[in-house]
Ligand binder design. Structure first.
Ligand code: UDP
Ligand code: MG
Length: 139
């Protein structure tokens, strides 16, 4: 099944290292339209809620600390087959395994500080977009 929308976050390491502009350029040059976007910061509590699906994983505590360590950019993106297309554009979770030219290959520091998030399914894209944006913030 294809979808038109996905959700992304430019993570704290990429914001801290000055990559917001380059990453947004790559996203829009790849044909994604920005439907909603905000510069914000997660608390430990909201980072834990966002990643609740991973709460039993060994890296959960580290992930919550890292994701609340600095500002992020959250956005809803639109393109035909958005979820799969965006996962291809960002590359593998571990940047040493990400295809050359992908956002994680270019900008990620480590498997934890891996520059960017991309939803893994249509259902999660909708849930994650709803987590950050109210109806009035979209168009
Ligand atoms: N992560 C980590 N260690 C791991 C696997 C994942 O710190 O061994 C972090 C990493 O920031 C990753 C996030 O947890 O992006 C969510 O993990 P997931 O397996 O969903 O990877 P993704 O969907 O982001 O590629
Ligand atoms: Mg994931």
């Amino acid at each position: 099944m294809t979808t038109n929308r996905t959700f992304t976050m430019i993570k704290p390491d990429a914001v801290q290292n000055g990559h917001i502009g380059s990453i947004l350029a790559k996203i829009t040059e790849s044909g994604f339209k920005i439907i909603a976007m905000k510069y914000t910061r997660l608390s430990k509590e909201t980072a834990g809620q966002f990643y609740a699906i991973h709460k039993e994983r060994p890296f959960f505590g580290e992930l919550v600390d890292y994701m609340s360590s600095g500002p992020i950019v959250a956005a809803i993106l639109e393109k035909n087959d958005a979820v799969a297309g965006f996962r291809k554009l960002i590359g593998a979770t571990d940047p040493t395994k990400a295809e050359p030219g992908t956002i994680r290959a270019l900008y990620a520091k480590s498997i934890a500080a891996n520059a960017i998030h991309g939803s893994d399914s249509d259902a999660n894209a909708a849930i994650e977009g709803d987590f950050f944006f109210s109806m009035l913030e979209r168009f």
